[in-house]
Design a protein around this ligand. Structure first.
Ligand SMILES: *[C@@H]1O[C@H](CO)[C@@H](O)[C@H](O)[C@H]1NC(C)=O
Length: 207
């Protein structure tokens, strides 16, 4: 008798849990349960994130990062230098669900098509004229040439690129709703994997 009369309530609680589940899976990084959780990079990673330093060992420097002060060297194939300010370089970000990159472009430099498996991205152009574009799951291409002060957004997991189409250098700062957004660069994933994807897989066309 007791279980029977309890069952409508139980059904209702299942329903509430079911309705709340999508909210959990939409969150990029889980919300932290404490003020901070400065990463201890010498300890092995935990199930989801890095273990924390004991609070007695936390210092002011853990919450400041000077990696963006200098221009990155763009003398490489792509003419772009990405300085990542994610949890791997800035341990104060651990579990906070945010991070930033500095992106330096030489003239004509390109940040080739890639996506971030764990984050949406926003960015602001500080200098130069980058063409910023992304492609939706439905293969719609959205793009714009930006100048200093303009901001952009790249929805989570969509393929995007940036190319400096201006006459000089370009500089942008990007932000992510993950402490470690990760990046899958399509060129590398398809043509530089270890071991390589078989050629016939990459070259097969319809008969
Ligand atoms: C980016 O710039 C830094 C600092 O100049 C340099 O150490 C690094 O090798 C550069 N990375 C690439 C891919 O060129």
């Amino acid at each position: 008798m007791v279980t029977l009369s309890a069952s409508p309530f139980r059904l209702l609680s299942y329903l509430v849990v079911l309705l709340l589940l999508p909210l959990l899976s939409f969150a990029s990084n889980p919300d932290p349960l404490q003020d901070f959780y400065v990463a201890n990079m010498n300890a092995p990673p935990l199930l989801n994130g890095f273990p924390c330093k004991p609070t007695s060992k936390v210092t002011s420097d853990d919450f400041f990062f000077d990696g963006f002060m200098k221009e990155g060297n763009t003398a490489n194939t792509f003419g772009v230098n990405l300085t990542t300010g994610d949890v791997l370089s800035f341990i104060g970000l651990n579990t906070l669900g945010i991070s930033m990159n500095r992106v330096d472009f030489t003239r004509g430099g390109i940040n080739p098509p890639h996506f971030h498996p764990r984050a949406s991205e926003t960015g602001v152009v500080m200098k130069g004229k980058p063409l910023v574009g992304f492609v939706t799951i439905g293969n719609m291409f959205y793009s714009k040439v930006l100048t200093a002060g303009q901001m952009f957004v790249i929805p989570q997991r969509l393929v995007h690129f940036r190319k400096n189409v201006g006459d000089g250098k370009a500089l942008a700062f990007t932000t992510f709703n993950s402490h470690m957004p990760g990046a899958i660069v399509l060129l590398f994933a398809l043509f530089a994997s270890t071991p390589p994807i078989p050629n016939d897989v990459l070259t097969q066309h319809s008969k």
